[in-house]
Structure formats: C-alpha cells, structure tokens
Design a protein around this ligand. Structure first.
Ligand code: HAM
Length: 436
C-alpha cells in the first residue's frame, strides 16, 4: 500500500511563493503608511481566553455564535483562535498599562485570523488581516485620518478605483437604546417573514436584522425606521464633521444607512470598502469607532477607532486589476562550475556576491554544464558566471549576459566588483542587515 498523501484542511490555504510577492508588497505598503503616521506594531497571541472575544465582539454576533475555533486546555480552560484583532489589542492595552502612554495610542498589526465559516470565494477559515487601532481620542478628525490611511493604502496597492467607501453612523449607545425599542416595535407581528437567525436576534440585537442577507429580511429592513431619527445632536455633529473632513481630504464616500457591521463593539462611525463589481459581496476591509469597548473590558472610558482589511481579498483584487508587485526574488547571477577546484572556488564566489546583496544561485549539486546552464535559463538569471578547469588555471571566468546571449572572458580578480557595477550599487553592500 502506498503512503497516504495529505491536504490542507478545508478553507485553509498555503501561501505559495508567487502569492508571497503580493503579501510582501501589501505588508511593505502597510508598514510604510503606519510608520509615517506614528503607529507602532503590536502582535497579540493566536489564541486567547474565549471570554475576551465573547465580551468584546458580542454573544449574539455571528462570529461568537458560530464562527470561533474553540478548544480546551487539559485543565479545562476554554480558548478561541482569534477571529479578529481589536479584542486582543484592547486586552493587551489594558494588561500592560499602555493606557499610560501619551494619547492617542496607535497600533498596527499584520496577523493571521481564524473563523469557522463556510469556505467560499474570499471567505476562508484562516485568513490574514492588517489593521490599526487608535485609542484615546474622540475627535472626528481622527476618524477621518484613519479612513484616509485605509483609503491611501488601497490607492498604493492599485485597487482604490475598484472600491467604494461605504459610510454610516450607528450613533452612541444611548441613541441606540431608543432605536432598539423602535425596531422591536416595528418587527413585532412580522416575525413570520424573518429568517431563523433574525427571529432569534430580534430581541437580543435587533440592529443586526438590518444587514441580514436574506431577501425577505432585506425588504423588511429597507422599510424599518431609520436610526437617523433618534440620533442625538452630538452624534449628528460628529458625523457631519467627519464628512466635512473627508471632503477636505479628497476621500469620496457613499452614505449607507443600512451599514451596521457585524461586531457589537461599534459606536458612531462605521465604514467598509466594497467592490464596485456587480454581485460582489465581499468587503476588502472595514472598521469604525468603539468608544465603549475599553471600559467594557475593564478599563477607563476611552474613545477609540480602528480598521482591518483582509489580505487574501486584497490579493484577489490586485490580480483582477492586473497589478504585479515588484519581484525582489529574481535571480541576478547564476554561478556554474566544472571540476572540484572550480567548485571550491565558486562556493566562496557565491557567498561574496550574496554578501553584496546580489541574488545569486549556484547549482553546486549538478555536474554537467548543460544541466547547469539549462537551470540558469529556467531561473531567468540575468548573468551567469562560468568557472571551468581552464578558467581556474588561467585565473579567468566566463561572464555571460543571459538576456543578450553574449559572453566574454574576464579576469577572475575583481569579478565581484564588476558584477556590482553591472547590477548597480546595492544598498546592502558592506552594511549589516540590521543597520539603518
Ligand atoms: P471585519 O469586517 O470582521 O472587521 O474584518 C475585516 C476584514 O477582514 C473584512 O473586510 C475581510 O476583508 C477580512 N475577512 C473577515 N473574515 C474573513 C474570512 N473569513 N476570509 C477572508 N477574509 C476575511 C474586523 O475584524 C474588525 N476587527 C475591524 C476593526 C478594527 N474595527 C475596529 N478596529
């Protein structure tokens, strides 16, 4: 019987080298913008006490109700793989006294997350998010800045014109108390037209009924009372100032009164980036204010806002837009050799070139010259350096320009410098990798 072959679990993917070009590029753009804005990177654990998520995201949210990967430790403690980043960041902020830092305290993260949902295009069980959280400031200008950076990242990734920014306010928790009552009154008597999820949520969290994807529920939602009617003057002022700031920053948005988001911690501003493509339901990213969350998690009342985007979805949109990220993995020099002495010499030549920051590959395991040059072709190497017995004896080396198909015999002495000149000065040259 042959040995078994395994596959990755359902909804979970390998990121193969070609896709890593996209992931690396996204990370680079995100890091660039976050650093420019003074955000500092944070990583929270892959799993947390399940209560961290229950308390913050909300017991009646889809995520907590059905989408968490749960497990127990041997001592019976209940954990969940993190389905999103905000809850863990707030837990860390409180646990490590980061609230003592000058406000606003700004973090960013680039991490894997896990949701046990039905896998489909753009929806996975393990996915990667980048995100940022700004804690300690309630001014709507901060909302505008967070939205601007999110938009600017989309722009630099080449996908901004394929997306629309959907914007709404869900008011303060006070505003929503009244609104909840209005919604329950509206839906009372209409239960039979609601899907099972909505029937159940009608009393627990009636606002969730507004973004149900079932057709009958959507029809009812479109006629439901609007939150706008119960917004306080303060909430209205916050939202209208935000819109003014966005206009000032040149960020286009669409007001969408049905946008409520699926996590319970939001207050006031909520936003998502949607595809302009007909029928596409997958947002690339979303966020909003969560002014009550820090207090709910045991801290002092602290206004906050954040955003997170799905990297797999962004990669998909970049591919659709024909964006090719720069390939820093390209082989620049291929070193071929024949004979033991040449092999020994080529070992140190390869390292010298690499230490100068030149991407260098040598097929030291292959013996035939034909096989080695075939590999150089397949790798699309820019140059080949060929060292045979004659060259070793004469103190020379063959330099082949693979694109032009031309070659010359040059002195071995000084070949490293010559390659450096041909390929252009590299930043790394003599510097250590960690030196700025
Ligand atoms: P979210 O809308 O649940 O928000 O997720 C943000 C983004 O993560 C989504 O727009 C989507 O691109 C991606 N995403 C979510 N689930 C999946 C999945 N199953 N497969 C692929 N991609 C997915 C949050 O997570 C909030 N923590 C955002 C936030 C930060 N709000 C305030 N601060």
């Amino acid at each position: 019987m042959s040995n078994p072959r395994y596959q990755s679990p359902k909804g979970v993917h390998d990121i193969l080298p070609d896709d890593h070009l996209y992931f690396s590029f996204i990370k680079k753009v995100v890091r660039h913008h976050c650093r420019r804005a003074g955000f500092r990177r944070i990583s929270t654990p892959i799993f947390e006490d399940v209560e961290v998520f229950k308390r913050s995201i909300g017991e009646s949210s889809d995520i907590v109700e059905k989408e968490m990967f749960l497990f127990e430790s041997k001592s019976g403690k209940k954990y969940a793989l993190k389905p999103e980043g905000t809850a863990g960041v707030v837990r860390a902020y409180l646990e490590h006294g980061l609230s003592n830092l000058p406000k606003p305290v700004e973090f960013y993260y680039i991490e894997p997350h896990f949701r046990y949902n039905r896998p489909q295009k753009g929806r996975y069980r393990q996915f990667h998010q980048f995100g940022f959280e700004v804690l300690g400031e309630s001014d709507p200008a901060i909302d505008a800045q967070v939205i601007y950076i999110s938009h600017r990242i989309n722009y630099d990734l080449g996908i901004a014109d394929r997306l629309t920014l959907q914007l709404n306010t869900i008011g303060s928790s006070e505003d929503r108390k009244q609104y909840r009552e209005d919604l329950v009154n509206y839906y009372t008597g209409k239960e039979r037209s609601l899907c099972e999820d909505c029937k159940r949520r009608m009393y627990e969290n009636p606002m969730r009924l507004l973004d149900c994807k079932e057709e009958d529920c959507q029809i009812l939602a479109s006629m439901a009372p609007k939150l706008e009617s119960v917004l306080s003057e303060e909430s209205k002022e916050h939202f209208s100032l935000l819109q003014e700031y966005l206009t000032e920053l040149g960020v286009k948005y669409e007001l969408n009164p049905t946008l409520v988001r699926g996590l319970d911690y939001y207050t006031h501003t909520v936003f998502e980036f949607w595809s302009k493509k007909e029928g596409s339901q997958n947002a690339t990213g979303g966020g909003g204010r969560y002014d009550g969350l820090v207090e709910l998690m045991g801290g002092e009342s602290t206004p906050a806002i954040g955003y997170a985007a799905g990297m797999e979805r962004i990669v998909e949109y970049m591919k659709e837009a024909g964006i090719r990220p720069p390939n820093k993995d390209k082989v620049e020099v291929f070193v071929a050799q024949l004979g033991l002495v040449a092999k020994k010499k080529s070992l140190s030549l390869i390292n010298e070139l690499r230490n100068l920051g030149i991407n260098t590959v040598g097929a030291i395991g292959k013996s035939s010259m034909k096989g080695q040059m075939g590999l150089a072709d397949k790798l699309n190497a820019k140059y080949s350096l060929i060292l045979g017995q004659i060259e070793v004896q004469e103190g020379t080396i063959i330099l082949r320009n693979m694109e032009k198909g031309s070659q010359e015999i040059v002195p071995y002495e000084g070949i490293v410098e010559k390659m450096k000149t041909l390929l252009g000065e590299k930043k790394l040259s003599s510097k250590k990798l960690w030196e700025e």
